[in-house]
Ligand binder design. Sequence first.
Ligand code: ADP
Ligand code: MG
Length: 354
Amino acid sequence: QKRIAAIPKAQYGGRHTVTMLPGGGIGLELSNYVREIFRYAGVPVDFEVIDIDPNSETNDDLDYAITSIKRNGVAIKGNIETKSEATGIISRNVALRNELDLFVNVLHCKSYPGVRSHHKDIDLIVVRQNTEGEYAMLEHESVRGVVESLKIITVEASERLSRFAFEYARKNGRKKVTTIHKANIMKLSDGCFLETSKRIAKEYPDIEHNNMIIDNTCMQLVAKPQQFDVLLTTNLYGSICTNVICGLVGGAGLYSGRNYGDHYAVFEPGTRNTGSSIAGKNICNPFAMLNASVDMLNHLGHTQHANAISTAIYETIVKDKIHTADLGGTASSTDCIQNVLKHLAAGQVSWKIA
Ligand code: ADP
Ligand code: MG
């Protein structure tokens, strides 16, 4: 079995360089919190920070960012805005995923006890196709008033995504994979995705496999989300499912998302929001981005630092109940960060020189 997302070798002194794309809205403050915590905890990671101008009429910034990620192998990012309407300028987030062939997006949602939420005891994973489907961006007006949008589903992409899901399930002690689709209507495209997942499932007899139509999935997620284990789905349905799930367990500010291809890995907040209306007010929830930084450290093999930071996050959310407004609390973003730093100082950072 080929390894997903090759892990870059550390440089002198065990340090890694990681590309950081703060993006728009709350991205800048979230990125700064990550840097503050890494500095404090002595994390051996250096950031190459690249700002992408949302109004740029060229793709130069984006090309530079892609070159940087190809060099470093790993990136952490906020949501990048695309305001320019110049021709040839497409969503930078989509372009980045396509260019780096980040074919899978993984979101793990596990309820934090004591966080205000619609449901408790959720622990599920969405494995989402990340580079094709409705995001192929092949739209055109063939005749005036008639618009076509091509949804691309390939056996190749469906196969490697399915394999990723079953491998992930096996490695992480998961019992069941559910393929989410609309093959009753889109018989060819979603049919291809569903049939491919069924074929790959046969290679994993130890993992239960079933499937569910996207409409019913949305209803089941809202009614009884605990029934799900690993959801395997196409690009747009995956986006909808991850947002429904995050909405059920605490909103956009808590959970991280991971993007993998054969060569690169990119970490970000799970629901990919810009948060323009709450930017610069010290009110955004910093934990989705901090959790993304923990994912990144685990990917690089800096597990002690990852554990120290994720423990401090857990203590802050669950034990100290330092919650921002989106979770019904009154804490500011910096209150959350100060509390995380307090826990890091208090000795969970076992590797720190005493
Ligand atoms: P988009 O970028 O997709 O347009 P928004 O930025 O409007 O989405 O985000 C969707 C909602 O989630 C908004 O109400 C926003 O305030 C909220 N949100 C997103 N990220 C956070 C966060 N880190 N902390 C608190 N609220 C957040
Ligand atoms: Mg969005």
